[in-house]
Design a protein around this ligand. Sequence first.
Ligand code: PEP
Ligand code: MG
Length: 570
Amino acid sequence: MQQFHGVGVTPGRVVGPVRQMPAPVQEPHARVDIPAGVTVESETERIRAASRAVQAGLKARAEVAAGDARGVLEATALMAADPMLVKGAVKLLGPGAEGGPRTAERAVWESGAAVAEKLRGLGGYMAERAADVLDVRGRIVAELRGLPAPGVPASEAPFVLAAEDLAPADTATLDPAKVLALVTSGGGPQSHTAILARALGLPAVVAAEGVETIPDGTEVFVDGAAGRILTGPAQAERDAAAAWAARASALAGFAGDNALADGHRVPLLANVATGTDAARAAAAGAEGVGLLRTEFAFLDRDTEPAHDEQVAAYGAVFAHFAHKKVVIRTLDAGADKPLPFLTDAQEPNPALGVRGYRTDHASPGVLARQLAAIAQAAKEHQAQVWVMAPMVSTPDEAAAFTHMAHAAGLPVAGVMVEVPSAALTAAHILAHADFASLGTNDLTQYTMAADRMLGPLAALNDPWQPAVLHLVKATCDGAAAAAAATGNPKPVGVCGEAAADPGLAVVLTGLGATTLSMTPRALPAVAQVLATVTLAQAQHLAALALDAPTAAAARQAVRSQLPVLDQLGL
Ligand code: PEP
Ligand code: MG
């Protein structure tokens, strides 16, 4: 029996076999000496054999898959033997090929890139297939190298996914029906892996050093609340997992129109990235969208998405929230969400670099064109569209962005408060901006100077840190001052992961947050806990948390007065 400890990010107890996430496929070197005995013919045959093997593997998976997954696998299998990809690679092999001879791996890599570029150029449905070509390319290169296929492993039986960390792009291939829990050695509680786990309602533990060494097939017990992973579970752990499954299904759904015990309304909104997410959020009863992460739709792009494509992507979300609020965030590129057309991959310190709103200076025009696309999509739908910029640090930036958004025909323009300077100057920022939204994930990493992706810093990356709560209060107080000075309401929402923590949701409400936005999965638990307190009680609990010396003490002080958390197993 082995134990691993990390930070629990989503509660839940499960037992299941581990499957390790293979390492991503590295780009083959452009310049390598072709070994003696390797001929164009032998490399051609290797490429053809690898593409046939990948195709056969995908076909076999398609045969046993159901629904959408089957169609996707069938289409991907076809692509693995695509003549454009394979012939294109073969053409690059010989000494006469432009740029000199290449290995089979390198030829497939370059041919895949060229096909993907061509598809993107065609736009529409074909452009969407570009990512599939790159997926297939990675699979063929892995096959050529004798490595496991990249991406989330395929398995008929449900499994516990173990990884160093997940890239946002991996998340699209994660099937919640197959993945019982997620355990990573890296990442922090606010990393995008953790955000994904919450969105899928998957029990998850991050920053659990050593889990990447658990052999495939090992049965483990995962406790997502305690942050514990145990190999060789005993009967007690199996009983705990069964009890959790029974209790989780008892947590009622969300009825909408969320209010505290005294009737004080705190609308609960959803964090989404795509039209599919929005459909799920609407079905879950979300009262609107508090954060539309626009960059997630374009993570695989080398070039700026075209106007029409952007209009369609945003409209797909607006369509699900007619007459309801949708807060759309302009591209938040940078750090763990690089967009090659906006961010510099060579920056030594990308979390402190040209990211979020700051990219408007380095790549002028992209933001203005995005605002035009958002305005167009807003015109075509009935949603009440609010727009906001990420990573705003100064009142000047807030003024410039608000001016730009209003000029684009978007009447409600705000900023995210994710940097301590924005929290501390909130009154000046909100003299310009129409609203603010607290991004507690980044606000925590910048307050504590702790990279949100780093497992060893997970304890610092905790939004219960009293320093972070003081900055939340400063933002809400600043907004109240700006409202009094301007005579206009200045709402402050929270759209970081903190809003999905039911105990912290009470504290944030007590500090003055007017709306809370979260993954739709969290709505029922947050609503049920908020319904047990009045605004005065929430303010009292917020004061206790603010006065606590540590994050643990703040959490404990609030938990001890909110017995509903234990009753619901939260
Ligand atoms: C945040 O920082 O809290 C936030 C909501 O933005 P993201 O997680 O996308 O950086
Ligand atoms: Mg952020």
